[in-house]
Design a binder for this molecule. Structure first.
Ligand SMILES: [Zn+2]
Length: 256
């Protein structure tokens, strides 16, 4: 059997992130950033990867606004573009907002479909674990939850990690994510709408926890980021995702 793939390379185009924020009341310069990527592989419609988490963040932003809640810190919602190419949207954000990164308390990504949120990857920053544990306490009944403190490359937390900003990825049960991954079958009928609502509650308390706490981890230095890379399998992960060269040649990440 012969398969014929009619792939074409089209001209460069401009893609934009969608950013919205709820200003902080007492410490507006401190930013807690929660994001999901807006683009998708275009075989299906990208419902699980990653429309479902885009919808979740928009819903949380709407609910906080509707309730008239004012966080102490600024909550910034980011719908990234170009994630599927080269994590481009979040990478360019870190460049354009470089002067603010010292004040980014956390940057979190949601990108694993609509399976149950079971905790967060905390990126090789063990001090984040007790914070996330405490923020999740109000929804303990939707648990159990467990944070896993390993650094991961693969979604829009990456450029924040190599910039030394505390970063999270929501851990979700696979459910039907892998079986529809980047496939024609990734369509709306695969979304678990009930679990999506529960994930929204779980994510909202973590966002609210970060937005109102006074605890903050310092931004890592270049040497500390290098130590993390050397102590883990990050170099291999970065090579697998074709982002190692950017770090090595100084075009990505914190180098001063
Ligand atoms: Zn994705």
């Amino acid at each position: 059997m012969t398969a014929s793939v009619g792939a074409v390379t089209q001209a460069d185009y401009t893609a934009t992130n969608v950013i919205a924020e709820i200003p902080g009341r007492s410490r507006p310069e401190e930013i807690v950033l929660f994001g999901a990527h807006l683009d998708s592989q275009d075989l299906g419609t990208g419902a699980l990867d990653n429309g479902v988490n885009v919808v979740m963040l928009i819903n949380i932003a709407r609910q906080i606004t509707r309730l008239g809640l004012q966080p102490e810190r600024t909550i910034r919602f980011a719908l990234w573009n170009g994630e599927e190419q080269n994590l481009d949207g979040s990478w360019k954000y870190t460049e354009q907002h470089e002067s603010e990164l010292d004040h980014h308390i956390v940057a979190a990504s949601f990108d694993i479909g609509s399976g149950r949120t079971t905790g967060f990857f905390t990126g090789g920053r063990p001090d984040l674990v007790p914070l996330v544990d405490s923020y999740l306490a109000p929804v303990a009944g939707l648990g159990p939850f467990q944070q896993i403190d390993i650094p991961l490359v693969g979604t829009d937390n990456f450029d924040f990690m190599v910039e030394g900003v505390s970063n999270l990825i929501a851990i979700q049960s696979d459910a039907n994510y892998a079986s529809n991954y980047h496939a024609e079958s990734d369509t709306f009928d695969k979304v678990d709408q009930q679990q999506l609502r529960l994930n929204s509650a779980i994510s909202a308390v973590v966002i609210w926890g970060f937005a109102n706490d006074s605890a903050r981890l310092p931004r890592m230095t270049h040497d500390e980021i290098t130590t993390l890379i050397n102590a883990t399998d990050l170099e291999q992960q970065m090579k697998n995702m074709a982002v190692w060269d950017g770090w090595a040649n100084g075009t990505r990440g914190k180098h001063d």
